[in-house]
Design a protein around this ligand. Sequence first.
Ligand code: BMA
Length: 341
Amino acid sequence: MSKVRIFSQSIPNLPWQPRPENDRHDAPVWRYSENPVIGRNPLPGVARIFNSAAAPWGDGFIAVFRGEQINGIPHVYMGKSPDGIHWEIDPEKVPFTDETGKPFLPPYAYDPRLVKVEDTYYIMWCQDFYGASIGMAMTRDFRTFTRLENPFIPFNRNAVLFPRKVNGNYLLLSRPSDSGHTPFGDIWLSQSPDMKFWGMHRHVMSPGRNWWESVKIGSGAAPIETSEGWLLFYHGVSSTCNGFVYSFGAAVLDLDEPSRVKYRCENFLLTPEEWYEERGFVPNVCFPCAALADADTGRIAIYYGAADTYLGLAFTEIDPLMDYIRAHSVVSENDTEPGLR
Ligand code: BMA
């Protein structure tokens, strides 16, 4: 049992590999040795699968994938796995419908997240809503997928729900932006009593201070509830003479008032350095979309997209990770304030 408690379900079959003994990385996060777990041309008509999210389902796992079709347009696909590593992926797009059951597919959809809240699974993605914005759908059986109202007007991306209500409201993190490959971006928190009307917006954190996340940041995996606060893995972008570099880091948000950042790690946890992260459709991208935590062992498996081409897995453990985040935490007033002006 870990010192820091994780308040989520037990996942005894969580994908796992211990940290290699000769690991020289500073942060206690390491890659799965058999990465990437999904390679190129995974399905007929789909050239690449990357930024994707998994969840426990039955005795195994289920996932929603960003599949880039051979016409270049991304859509959401679904797959199942006995071990969270080897996936059987449905070659058809996820058949989203409206509330009457009529097909209601977004023109494009990318970077899906998957979060179970109470007895329902929610999928969030980025889609066209007269501009890039957030799409949402719910399912209980992974056979019917009912679209919900788009929570926000454009432009917005990187939305992810908290796995439970806080103070009576559902919580959604997102990253308001502009119409292009935004040269800015802060993480915001929005609240809803019913998953339909979203408001009470709070600023959570901005990019800026640390060079690896100086251009923009965006929430990645659904926050994990721990005795120290909500553990959030998020991506941070730096700008180089050769383009953007996407790494990921972590912050811990206050349990009752999650717009307040308690700890924010000044170092990245993982940055592109393997061939599948440095080489691909967009080089130098590590983009986390899900992190599964086993409450019994404190083990965490992180699913991340690599180079907009592959799906990778990385691992960590809550105690050394929380020690590392605390030891390297630098928070500004902009982080710790409630985020309301
Ligand atoms: C972001 C998103 C991600 C992508 C990243 C790197 O703006 O579009 O889907 O992984 O750029 O290309």
